[in-house]
Design a protein around this ligand. Sequence first.
Ligand code: ADP
Length: 630
Amino acid sequence: MTTDTATPQQHEFQTETRQLLKLMIHSLYSNKEIFLRELVSNASDAADKLRFLSIQNPGLLDGDADLAVDLVVDSAAGTLTIRDNGIGMSRQDMVDNLGTIARSGTKAFMEQLSADAKKDAQLIGQFGVGFYSAFIVADRVTVTSRKAGETEAHVWESTGEGSYSLEPADKASRGTDVTLHLREDEKEFLEEHRLRHLVRKYSDHIGLPVRLKIGDKDSETLNKAAALWTRPKAELTDDDYTGFYTHLSHDPAKPLTWAHQRVEGNLSYISLLYIPSVAPFDLWDRDKSRGLQLYVKRVFIMDHGAELLPAYLRFVRGLVDSDDLPLNVSRELLQGNRNVEKLKAALTKRVLDLLDDMAKNKPEDYGKFYDVFGAVLKEGLVEDTVNRERIAKLCRFESTASTDGSRVSLTDYVARMPEGQSKIYYVTADTPAAARAVPHVEGFRKKGWEVLLLTDRIDEWVVMHLPEFDGKALESCATGGADLDSAIATPEKEKIETEFAPLLARIGTALGAKIESAKVSSRLVESPACLVAPDYGMSRRLEKILKQAGQAAPALPPVLEINPDHPFVTRLQNATDDAEFGDLAAILYDQSVLAEGGQLEDPAAFVRRLNALILSGAKPAGEASRIIVS
Ligand code: ADP
């Protein structure tokens, strides 16, 4: 090689790396011991990668299959070395992995930095930039590495201040040595009891031995060295499970709950599934790969096994270790593999069981879960026809029966339906406050019937895919359904309809193509009018959402329902002048659009009409109070 000369080459860190290093050292200082967890975890990943690649290429092991991590203390030199015999790094690997943060999330990460040390420290964990934590305790870090299957080795060195050097090195065997030249006041990390304690605390569950070697003493294995999920449940404490969760997920928050299961039979596997308590920053990023870790017969195969759980359970973290898949399974093979499908069905059921259990036995935790992931879970109503009923039972909605923002289940709703109510009624809007204020709900409230307030965007699709629950149809308060009308109608309805027929016809003429027709409403109490989607038409909110998303929505004109008891309607009835009648009808229409949270086609005209109406005061109808609209 001519490029790697005897003088070390200096390389500049990527700007982002530099910023990150600085931040890392400052914000993580209060929790500096985590550097060991991060470096041991990297070493363990390196061993996993080697084990995986050696399935296809056994030569890579080169007669040394005892994978382990050694912590080597040199008190005289003041160094701690984390040594592994894993996959190792080539020169280019070192440039890519240690000199840059080549992760797509880096930019997003930098944007989210808040200068709040505690929050930033949590972010660092989520984004997995663990190697750099070495600089919290070391003023110089030397990485010597030789990649499995190669003969050349290289040494990378940096003080963490803007540049690093890279040059050829001698190394007898494959793997990586990360040597920390500890800062003067961090020499505690050379002490046996400190290291022993840290390895127990953070790395007990790692599936390979972590050994300690101090000076000339024999090395000693510090951890259990058995992958946590292979150990019997009875042996494991809550701390073991949460510690393993941190290792697996990089999520510093504790999980809400978990399920650890060993299944033997025609499908044999171990699963360890966690329900997190906080959402990852990119929960809604569709391109983000996620999913469980997949192991086959204890060998790590892949992160993000997206085929192992449906998308609506993408918040679940954990792993599955299968005995029935081939070791050389690839992503392509996972798709359409019958065992994988069976596994997916079983894991889905397991997660739903876990959620059921939490909902029943720890409702407060379930509430926390639902706050964060409820909208994701609801996608299951659309996506998973097999488990729809179960998922519906797990859903929670705000309703007119509660004012404090608490949610009800469909089961509770049905249980307290009064005599005479045969359906589950709901209204959709952008916020619970807006939903409560929608005129369509007034009649139901007066009658004492509970209405569910659906405010997630996904809810429009949910109601399309959930036509009924427990034998009760779901119906919107804002559709023109005839049975809804008769359900809440008063006995005098027919009489009123005949009486109002001429007014309705006149409104129809005045508003023209804007409405399908005008009707007398049973659902209004305080409001003068509301718009309802015609029978079998698309809901008006869905229409709005589709339009916002730039999709064509076949807009059918709505039905305008009027409140026969409202003074505004009386005023309409008394308007003899056609122009005045037209303006009043237009205002009635526009305010109905506003009341359901819609946008006016011509807001300026609405304002002019309204002002003219207000300024006309008590003047008698006629020429004098004519409203001039351009
Ligand atoms: P992460 O571990 O979350 O990917 P790090 O900053 O800790 O992020 O490490 C960056 C990359 O450097 C790793 O993804 C890996 O490719 C490489 N690396 C770090 N430590 C080792 C090691 N001991 N052996 C081999 N590769 C390593």
